[in-house]
Design a protein around this ligand. Structure first.
Ligand SMILES: Nc1ncnc2c1ncn2[C@@H]1O[C@H](COP(=O)(O)OP(=O)(O)OP(=O)(O)O)[C@@H](O)[C@H]1O
Ligand SMILES: [Mg+2]
Length: 286
């Protein structure tokens, strides 16, 4: 598979389903601490796959491996048949895997500026051509800006396109991170706690956006989240980590009642980490 060309400049084209993202026996250790111990799971094409677990379970470490920030001690990550293990982050991004971070990193510039930064990997005109405003480069910039505006609309940021991010509400600012990741035209989107710190209304809005993104863009989503309401309502499959080990895997319904999950979250089996009916997003985190 080669790096993608710049897709999607002319609106939502529904591309072929994304390849499966396979995590195989991935182990990461930090000075004797096993953050991930032979973790395996597969994000099926076009699915929302949730990766859940208590604090320190290894979820963000897993994202850092998937996005190329950490090289695992052993194990592999594959996107379709392409091995991602050990590739530099920008190469993984260019192959179609984009992520958000657990904490907001966006503080400067307008929404449009931040989304255009997300477009960088797809920009074909060189720096000199852009700086000299050569016609091809200008056309390309305009096409990117049009697409970025569409992504802002899709993520509920259309009204704030030219607003400095520093002036946005917390929920909108966090959605800028999501929109910026989408500007890479990913085939797999990794969301690390996309609703952390949000109020109920902001959580519900973000849940709608994630659903809309999946439906409109046809991508796969790997979702790390402590908000069980959000997980239960969005995920097709759930993998549960505890102390770097996979303790359960299945549909949200299967996982919710799994004794190991109850033990991981609550210390004792027998209690329910989430209500039987999928609650609305905004439910208190476990
Ligand atoms: N760079 C690092 N150096 C040393 N230890 C680390 C490093 N990154 C993570 N850890 C440790 O690895 C374990 C897993 O951390 P990780 O951040 O992946 O957990 P998490 O599941 O994302 O937790 P949370 O829900 O709190 O975000 C923790 O014990 C953490 O302290
Ligand atoms: Mg984390």
């Amino acid at each position: 598979m080669s790096a993608r060309t710049s897709p999607g400049l002319a609106g939502d084209r529904r591309p072929a389903p994304p390849p499966a993202l396979r995590v195989q026996d991935v182990t990461v250790r930090f000075a004797g601490l096993t953050a991930l111990g032979a973790v395996s799971f597969t994000v099926a094409p076009g699915s929302v796959h949730a990766l859940i677990g208590p604090n320190g379970a290894g979820k963000s470490t897993c994202f850092n491996v998937l996005s190329g920030l950490y090289r695992p001690e052993s194990g592999r990550v594959l996107l379709g048949d392409t091995e991602l293990t050990g590739l530099a982050p920008h190469k993984i991004a260019a192959l179609g895997v984009a992520r958000t971070f657990q904490n907001i990193v966006t503080t400067e510039g307008t929404v449009a500026d931040n989304l255009m930064v997300g477009r960088h990997v797809l920009t074909r005109a060189g720096f000199a051509a852009s700086a000299l405003r050569l016609p091809g480069a200008v056309r390309e910039q305009r096409a990117h800006r049009d697409r970025v505006r569409e992504i802002a609309e899709l993520t509920g940021l259309g009204d704030h396109f030219d607003t400095p991010v520093a002036l946005l509400s917390y929920g909108d600012r966090k959605r800028v991170e999501l929109a910026r990741a989408l500007c890479l035209e990913p085939r797999v989107l990794l969301l690390d706690e996309p609703v952390a710190g949000m109020n109920g209304a902001e959580r519900a809005r973000t849940a709608e956006v994630v659903s809309a993104v999946r439906a409109r863009l046809g991508l796969s989503v790997l979702l790390v989240e402590h908000d069980m309401g959000l997980v239960m309502s969005l995920a097709d499959e759930v993998t549960v980590l505890d102390f770097g080990r996979t303790v359960a895997h299945g549909t949200p319904d299967e996982v919710r009642r799994h004794p190991e999950v109850l033990r991981a979250y609550l210390g004792t089996p027998g209690a329910d980490p989430a209500p039987a009916a999928a609650p609305a997003p905004g439910e208190d985190p476990v």
